[in-house]
Design a protein around this ligand. Sequence first.
Ligand SMILES: *Cc1c(COP(=O)(O)O)cnc(C)c1O
Length: 399
Amino acid sequence: MKDDAATKKFTGSFTQQEPIPEEAIHAATEVLRHGRLHRYNLNPGEDGETAQLEREFSDYLGAQYVLAVTSGGYALATALRALGVHPGDKILTNAFTLAPVPGAIAAVGAQPVFVETTEALTIDLNDLAAKAAETGATVLMLSHMRGHQPDMDRLMQIAGDAGLKVVEDCAHTMGGMASGERSGRHGTVACYSTQTYKHMNSGEGGFLATDDADIAAKATLLSGSYMLYDRHGAGPDAQAFEPYRDTTPNVSGRMDNLRAAILRPQLASLPDRVARWAVLHDAMEAALRDVPAIRLIERDPALVRVGSSFQFLLPRKSGDWMTNFVARCASRGVELKWFGAARAKGFTSSYKNWAYAGAHNMPGTDRVLAGLLDMRLPLTFSVDECKLIADIIVSEAKA
Ligand SMILES: *Cc1c(COP(=O)(O)O)cnc(C)c1O
């Protein structure tokens, strides 16, 4: 009997993450039993789960200050507020990113100015320098979309020359490295997400990390600290809060002890998960390499990419062909997202779909996105399943 490459099907789920570890379930149950879920609801002398998580994440990153919050998007908007962004300000950001990034810019009434995308799916550094000069913007919200990071040394050089403060969106690089440092350690502020589809899972959640005491103090007050900022795990001294405590609004977005309890064991095992993602990502890459129709995304070998998703390019195909290809793969159980579609679909959208941000002309990004396909690689997949998925993609790409 022939094992037909043209009919094999994949039956797994692209959105099924691993279960929450037993240790985290136990820690969460403890919090539920004592009932002190609010981060400031502590017994005398008690070190709450949220404060401990902040300390552990700051140790992990090597960042001075860490604030745990309700979401990655909240961390991004809070970073902008703490940097003193005003309504109407122009904020440079990637044209290729996810909706919460321009959303965070819109949340503070600022205006995104999109920067072009390279074939490596990173921000185009020439366009960045040009747009910084053209707009006089003072903030770059740099999204490490799908784990791809530019040459961070060069980027920081350009940002320094242009007087840009950099906020790094590390929703897809938590656990990754760039230029020998943990992702997020180059800019002034870094933001992370612990939403279910990212690299640690508390349903919703996020972090803001910085070495700047003023930004940390403002962000903490913004998150709704009710002058209880001495109960933080990795915050600045009380003195840093003095200039801001009476002038900073409360825009509640605190993390709670239940989520923190779920996250602490996952932080401890993050390096292990990053290693397991690398195995899956490498298997997919090996299986799709040397297929003439498929172009893999170049990446700097010195960069530690978290392989929680996989991207590839099918250049020079028509829109109809791509729509068809995605449908054929889907009929065989392979869930691909095409970034070139005209309308936003599920999590997949692009700068064209964010009408509130105004109309922009981004021919370089259009060219890349027209051929860009994307899939999740949850840790519930095995290497053999990655190979099966790759076989299906290869057979349909030839069709
Ligand atoms: C998920 C995501 C965010 C924000 O995360 P939430 O926690 O869902 O608000 C930011 N940037 C990117 C690229 C993301 O994928």
